[in-house]
Design a protein around this ligand. Sequence first.
Ligand SMILES: C[S@@+](CC[C@H](N)C(=O)[O-])C[C@H]1O[C@@H](n2cnc3c(N)ncnc32)[C@H](O)[C@@H]1O
Length: 184
Amino acid sequence: MPDERVLDVSCGTGTLAVLLKLACPRADVVGLDADEAVLRHAVAKAARAGVQVAWCRGMADALPFGPGTFDKAVSSLFFHHLPPPTKRAVFARIHDLLVPGGLFLVDWGRPSGPFMRALFYTVQLLDGFESTADHARGRLPDLMREAGLVDIVETFHWETPFGARPNRRTVLDHAVAMSAGNTA
Ligand SMILES: C[S@@+](CC[C@H](N)C(=O)[O-])C[C@H]1O[C@@H](n2cnc3c(N)ncnc32)[C@H](O)[C@@H]1O
């Protein structure tokens, strides 16, 4: 990932973006979030870690970047908050802002089996059934394809008390390890 430009979509307090920058000091890492207050925490977190990340306030469905601005985009614990039309809009914007052959890594997949499906109801109760239905049905890859993203693969499956997803560390490891050339 050296020298690559990487966007953390809805970065929250910046944990993943800071880890990315620590892992790849030469990469240009941008963290975007809608919430100014959480971005203040992100600024402090990066300062404590001694790294420079560009923080940007904005909406994920109106990402303020031109086509082909980034080699990679990552996102964790975000998409299950969005209603289906907004998910589609964000995937389309991510497709636009990645270079051809760029890589997109995202978490929260389909619960694996009835037990994990039952646990995922906890997330649905907390975060709403409309925004989480596509995750429960495993429809995220279809929505991504509809937005123009291609070669979608599930690279890691991690069982949590709230359903199956890769954790931030796994997203980080894949972002560092996988070269742009796949869009997933
Ligand atoms: C559960 S947090 C996850 C934060 C971070 N990615 C992480 O893994 O800790 C969800 C984040 O999405 C942000 N958010 C919600 N809706 C958004 C939108 N439409 N555009 C950009 N950020 C949004 C919130 O401000 C919040 O920081």
